[in-house]
Design a protein around this ligand. Sequence first.
Ligand SMILES: [Fe+2]
Length: 465
Amino acid sequence: MESKSAAARPAFPAELEYQSGFGNHFSSEAIAGAVPRGQNSPLVCPYGLYAEQISGTSFTSPRKFNQRSWLYRVKPSVTHEPFRPRVPSHGKLVSEFNESNSSATPTQLRWKPVKVPESPTDFIDGLYTVCGAGSSYLRHGFAIHMYTANKSMDDCAFCSADGDFLIVPQEGRLWITTECGRLQVSPGEIVVLPQGFRFVVDLPDGPSRGYVAEIFGTHFHLPDLGPIGANGLAASRDFLVPVAWFEHLPRPGYTIVQKFGGELFTARQDFSPFNVVAWHGNYVPYKYDLSKFCPYNTVLVDHGDPSINTVLTAPTERPGVALLDFVIFPPRWLVAEHTFRPPYYHRNCMSEFMGLIHGGYEAKADGFLPGGASLHSCMTPHGPDTKTFEATIALGNEAGPRRISNTMAFMFESCLMPRVCPWALESPYMDHNYYQCWIGLKSHFTYESVNKDGQDVANGHGDHK
Ligand SMILES: [Fe+2]
């Protein structure tokens, strides 16, 4: 599946080196001494490199939110021909959701896993928006994309000016080359590529599939831990950031593909954008292995709210209200006594998009498959299917501790109401029978047997008298 040009790029080593931490001020040099000492932008940088800052927040953002990095590169990013609309245009990427490009629907939606195409398709062409809300122009909103691809990107780099990409690979590893260095991301790991960073996705395993949450106008944070304390959930030290790596090759006809307002633009240049010899700063790509997550849960009764499994949160200005939370449902023990252990039946003012990386999901006996997806929008009812409910009740109160194994489901949860793209609604992978999984839920109401007041229940009313 490797193209000639992609194969010409050196293969990733089996063990890439990383720096560790979340929100750190990192520093990395592929050549010792390439980061200027004592200042960011000297008259002449070491080794004759150009200094270039990438700002991930406004200059005047409060210090605790401020994100920027300094890149020291062979030639600056500005050295390119004008941007032009890409030909052919993409057509399935949306960054401003309105009546012209997407639909409102309160219906529970579920998709079967989309097959990877057989025709050559790279990460850019294999990417399509499923749903989203708000606007990248107004710097408030999100888009949920998915991708199915089978070949490495060829002589081009991608960049989103719209927002940060949180990529959840479900099938196939990703070899991602960024301006800060290289990351290998396997299914079971996630990677965040912040707004504006240029990157290439190579697919060493060929056919590949996954999910992407793109957030407009903010960045991901680790959630506060509150009474949990100083440890637990995702630990800062398990986030991995690349070390500086560069290529210094002539690349005539190299193309930068920039997503800007949901449209793709291309610009030609004659060198690789991965010419950053050294860098320092706190605006960086990073990855995280979901198996490192330290879950907390109830140890006596009831089912905890899913927020307890938040890995990363993109905040709004309202306390506790997320533009987008990334939540996982990892392997863990269920021990609650006299409790309905699967997720409770629910209507939520937030909207919930779910995906499954591998295994099964505790609330759905069947139909929700690895690589598939579901969307339960604002105040749309959802919960365990009939089989799960009946099987759980049949276990009775003496169920005993049980370990949920071989599973990794996740949720993108947002306070905004998503609109759904037409190609997602009309997709042949849409599960039109999804509602059937709940239709069989029968009444277990046994009021008659406990009614000692002689009320007339035959007419279906039980008003207190
Ligand atoms: Fe829910």
